[in-house]
Write a protein that binds this ligand. Structure first.
Ligand SMILES: C[S@@+](CC[C@H](N)C(=O)[O-])C[C@H]1O[C@@H](n2cnc3c(N)ncnc32)[C@H](O)[C@@H]1O
Length: 470
């Protein structure tokens, strides 16, 4: 048996390094995996000859060598598991619904723009190239197909450009089909993708965390299809909503967005339409003809990640919009005097990305009205957006204790628990949401739901439960 490793938190440099890594890559995943992170850092210490983690952190801060070393570290700490045609039901939806729709809508210009965001060594975008060739057949030569693969890991992208894969990466493809798209290498364990696919793809290094700040740039606009699968699961909750929202702004008006089954369905951009497909789902912009855009319950709008950007982060600090003057004047915490702010101020602070202030404002309001279940509900939503799951759960439990019929409190608690270590409890909260909704008039507006009716909320619960089971 292997001896346990020394506790990494004893090393003074570890906490600072861990913070810098999470801030730069979004990999909140490491927040409770010190041994795993330490193991990966040890490899970089050995490779660079640094004597301590503090030395290594200093190296990362150097202008030239630091940038190169960050690339090595990013390659070391990212998890690049991928294979061809991963999640068959999503590829079936691409084959049967999404590409037929895109081909029909874009026939006049015969062009498609596709982005695989977080593509690792390229199995996902190459699968798309293969699928499109199968679908378009000889007509492919009349189309301009741009397939872009991006990833934070430069090492993964080098492999993607080389286009050589192991048997293991091809496990999602029937052996009989491989011969059409790959050539076996002499060792018979590696396969090279055909040049006609390889030359169609372009790979660029890109950190998804910088996307909210790049919004509007032509490089990242007009995509007919964006796949961002099995990437957001590693991110801190507060990073997921802005990233998804920014991705949705990169879609063409008729474009489709697909995320992995475990990627953050709770943080869906509010302005997107959910399209249910056999065994999976995808997202689109709302039809112009639709009478009303889909509604989602309130969550802080973190598109302006003022508090989210940390050391080494590539997310620029964006200007925080001023709060409405009337609302601000209602909340002037003076020394010695504790003024309870109204809910509008709490929400405006959270929407401006000022989560800490929003949380403080909420606590002040709770001090003034401790039995107001709505305030505990907002306290929970804000804590959740800030990545503090334990505080969020406690606040939401207080809300349901104080008002057992506050449907939105059960809903948010359900979302939180479904993603946590006790998902069965989350399923029970969602069952309670369905029960409460069934007892209400279906066109009523639910309290603290931002306009949702019971019918709309139940639809969201069903989608969420399906994603959880999937
Ligand atoms: C598990 S792989 C998923 C690959 C592929 N999308 C799939 O589903 O098979 C996750 C990939 O996301 C990349 N990634 C992680 N954080 C990223 C970030 N902040 N920006 C861009 N890519 C990132 C990792 O380097 C890794 O290659």
């Amino acid at each position: 048996m292997l001896a346990p490793k020394p506790v990494p938190t004893n090393d003074k440099g570890f906490a600072a390094l861990k913070d810098a890594i999470i801030a730069r890559t979004g990999h909140h995943y490491y927040v409770d995996k010190d041994y795993l992170l330490r193991d990966r850092l040890d490899r970089r210490l050995a490779a660079t000859g640094c004597a301590s983690l503090a030395d290594y952190l200093a190296l990362l801060g150097q202008p030239k060598r630091g940038a190169l070393e960050w690339q090595e570290l990013e390659a070391e700490i990212t998890i690049g598991e991928t294979f061809f045609f991963r999640h068959q039901e999503q590829f079936a939806a691409l084959r049967d619904v999404i590409f037929p729709d895109l081909i029909r809508t874009n026939t006049h210009r015969r062009a498609l723009r596709i982005w695989s965001a977080g593509c690792a060594v390229g199995a996902e975008p190459y699968s798309i190239a293969i699928l499109l060739e199968r679908l378009l057949g000889a007509a492919l030569r009349d189309w301009t197909i741009e397939i872009l693969g991006s990833d934070i890991s430069a090492r993964a992208l080098d492999q993607a450009r080389a286009g050589v894969f192991t048997d293991w990466a091809l496990r999602g493809m029937p052996a009989a089909e491989r011969a059409r798209d790959f050539t076996a290498m002499p060792d018979r364990r590696h396969w090279r993708i055909a040049d006609r696919h390889r030359l169609r793809l372009r790979f660029v290094q890109h950190n998804l965390l910088s996307l909210p700040a790049e919004g509007g740039s032509a490089d990242w606009a007009g995509f007919d299809l964006i796949l961002c699968r099995n990437v957001l699961i590693y991110f801190a909750p507060a990073r997921i909503a802005p990233t998804l929202s920014a991705l949705s702004h990169c879609l063409s008006p008729t474009g489709w967005l697909m995320v992995g089954h475990s990627d953050a369905i709770a943080a869906l951009p509010r302005h997107l339409r959910v399209v249910e497909l056999a065994g999976t789902m995808a997202f689109r912009r709302p039809d112009r003809s639709e009478a009303a855009p889909p509604r989602f319950p309130w969550q802080p709008n973190l598109l302006r990640p003022a508090e989210a950007s940390g050391p080494g982060s590539e997310v620029r600090r964006l200007p925080i919009p001023p709060l409405p003057p009337a609302e601000v004047s209602a909340f002037q915490p003076e020394p010695g005097r504790r003024t309870a702010p109204p809910l509008a101020v709490i929400r405006a602070l959270a929407d401006a990305g000022r989560l800490t202030e929003a949380a403080v404002a909420c606590r002040l309001a709770i001090e003034a009205a401790p039995l107001d279940a709505r305030l505990h509900l907002y306290d929970g939503i804000i804590a959740q957006a800030g990545g503090d799951g334990a505080a969020a759960e406690a606040a939401l439990r207080r809300a349901v204790y104080l008002a057992g019929d506050l449907t939105m409190a059960h809903y948010h608690l359900g979302l939180l628990l479904l993603d946590g270590p006790a998902p069965e409890a989350g399923r029970r909260s969602m069952a309670q949401v369905i029960r409460l909704c069934a007892a209400l008039p279906q066109d009523a507006v639910l309290l603290e739901s931002d306009g949702l009716t019971p019918r709309e909320l139940v639809e969201q619960v069903r989608l969420r439960l399906r994603a959880w089971r999937g």
